[in-house]
Ligand binder design. Structure first.
Ligand code: SAH
Ligand code: SF4
Ligand code: F3S
Length: 477
């Protein structure tokens, strides 16, 4: 049997392993959602689900959703409308398509999803997807016996899902994600993450190291460690007593991961300025594999707004931190997130943000108009900034960031940079990879260099990428 889900509800629980079923996952949001989508596919693989590139022939579709801004959440409902038609068409042919909504919208608005889209079979939060096989089985019995309707699992379980995920994972390729920390206890005024992902939790060092080894064995040469507050990661040392004490911070973990054979590059994202400790700063000085690029969101350059946001640091604290980081690693390139028009933001506050950007000089940055999120403190604050004003400020800020990005890229022209090649380029005969500073780099070169790190002479800088020529066809490491 291929391509159709068993029509007989009760056969589903035993359907695993009897025939190939197709799984299509649509992912929105942060890199942690990308990682989760891969892991959900891993969890379903023993039930014979294999990925398919389109929902058209899928036996199960998972929407892995993001709630961070209003627009991100709205996309879910328009996609559901489209999928409903596919599901109806499938049922008209006597088949079945299981429709699941996962991720942060599912967590925050599970009941609303089922009210607006009652044809959804499963709603599951970001912390429950290790239970997907049982949910799929229960969904198949919906409407029968003691299973009245759709399955909804949006609790925050006592157990960590990571302990229940299969070791076997589909290879991610040359550059891989590894989630090491989840959730957040910081409760910034504007942000849904503490509500959708739950309390801050770190995976044990031993589990992270084991997963990194597996990724390297599958061909990953770069590992990006992920967490909503990745630099808040702390874990018990694998043997409870190694150098540096029994509790490790991220700096110590990076040192260990850098020793794994095959791992050429390490990155981590997203960091909070408050959790940037001295050992992690020293790691930027000491670990060649730790790439000289750091995404360190500041959100605003105004102390008044930073306080209103509950960020717990000042603009000056951030600037001093950048100085320390650059003292440790002179060529460190920086990136940030900015929120424009947080409630109460005046023209003077915005000018302070622009001033901070000029002082730091970013290699790139992401900026967003403030979007009120239900249930967060800032959503109900008076002094909401009018949309037109937000747009005006956003436009000005993005122009400044573009200038800085162009200057950074232009300064790379003429340099020799190591590039880790990850795949074919846009044109025939080209291969593409990333510089240490995360810039995409295109060169003419043979495909067998994919997966190696090679020095490249940068010959031209474009807005978002670089082109170069191979200096020699020999791996750097
Ligand atoms: N933990 C990270 C941010 C994670 S959320 C940190 O503390 O910086 C990713 C980004 O989405 C944030 O940096 C912020 O810039 C943006 N964001 C979060 N909530 C938002 C909102 N309500 N409106 C607009 N942008 C928001
Ligand atoms: Fe959200 Fe980051 Fe603030 Fe946590 S620290 S509440 S994830 S913005
Ligand atoms: Fe979005 Fe949830 Fe990530 S809200 S940004 S998917 S943590």
């Amino acid at each position: 049997m291929s391509g159709t889900f068993p029509a007989e509800p009760n056969t589903l629980a035993t359907a695993g392993g009897t025939g190939r079923k197709r799984l299509h996952v649509i992912t929105w949001g942060c890199q942690m959602n990308v990682y989760d989508s891969g892991r959900m596919a891993d969890v379903l693989a023993p039930l014979s689900y294999t990925p398919t590139a389109t929902p058209d022939d899928a036996d199960m579709v998972i929407l892995n959703t993001c709630h961070i801004r209003d627009r991100a959440a709205e996309k879910v409902f328009s996609e559901l409308g489209r999928l409903r038609l596919l599901k109806l068409a499938r049922e008209a042919e006597g088949g079945r398509m299981v429709l699941a909504v996962a991720g942060c919208v599912a967590q925050a608005e599970g009941a609303e999803i089922l009210a607006r889209a009652p044809y959804v079979d499963i709603v599951l939060g970001p912390q429950t997807y290790h239970r997907l096989p049982e949910m799929v089985a229960r969904a198949a019995r919906a409407g029968h016996g003691d299973n009245p309707g759709p399955v909804i699992e949006t609790d925050f379980p006592a157990e960590q899902k990571f302990d229940f995920l299969p070791d076997a994972a589909a290879p991610q390729g040359i550059s891989a994600f590894l989630t090491i920390q989840e959730g957040c206890d910081k409760f910034c005024s504007f942000c849904v993450v503490p509500y959708t992902r739950g309390a801050e939790a770190s995976r044990p060092a031993a589990a992270v190291i084991a997963e990194a080894r597996r990724l390297a064995a599958q061909g990953a040469r770069e590992i990006a460690l992920l967490g909503q507050n990745v630099n808040a990661w702390h874990g018990e040392a694998p043997d409870g007593s190694i150098r540096g004490g029994s509790v490790w911070g991220l700096g110590r973990l990076l040192r260990e991961l850098a020793d794994i054979p095959g791992v050429l590059r390490l990155r981590y994202t997203t960091s909070h300025p408050r959790d940037m400790d001295d050992d992690l700063i020293a790691a930027h000085r000491d670990i060649p594999a730790l790439m000289p690029f750091l995404h360190l969101p500041v959100q605003s350059g105004s102390d008044r707004i930073l306080a209103a946001m509950n960020r717990q640091h000042t603009a000056d604290d951030y600037l001093r931190l950048i100085d320390k980081l650059r003292a440790a690693r002179a060529d460190l390139a920086l990136s940030s997130d900015f929120i424009i028009g947080h409630p109460g933001e005046t023209e003077a506050d915005f000018a302070a943000t622009m001033d901070l950007i000029r002082k730091v000089g970013f290699a790139q940055a992401f900026s967003f108009n403030y979007s009120p999120r239900p249930g967060t403190p800032a959503a109900g604050a008076p002094a909401q900034v009018p949309e037109a004003e937000k747009n005006r400020r956003l436009y000005a800020l993005q122009a400044l960031v573009r200038e800085q990005q162009a200057a950074f890229n232009t300064a790379c022209a003429g340099l020799s940079l190591p590039v880790l090649f990850t795949g074919p380029g846009r044109h025939p005969g080209q291969i593409a990879g990333r510089s240490p500073f995360l810039q995409p780099v295109h060169v003419t070169g043979p495909a067998d260099l994919i997966g190696t790190e090679i020095p490249v002479r940068i010959v031209a800088a474009h807005t978002n990428s670089l082109s170069g020529t191979l200096i020699q066809e020999r791996a750097c490491a």
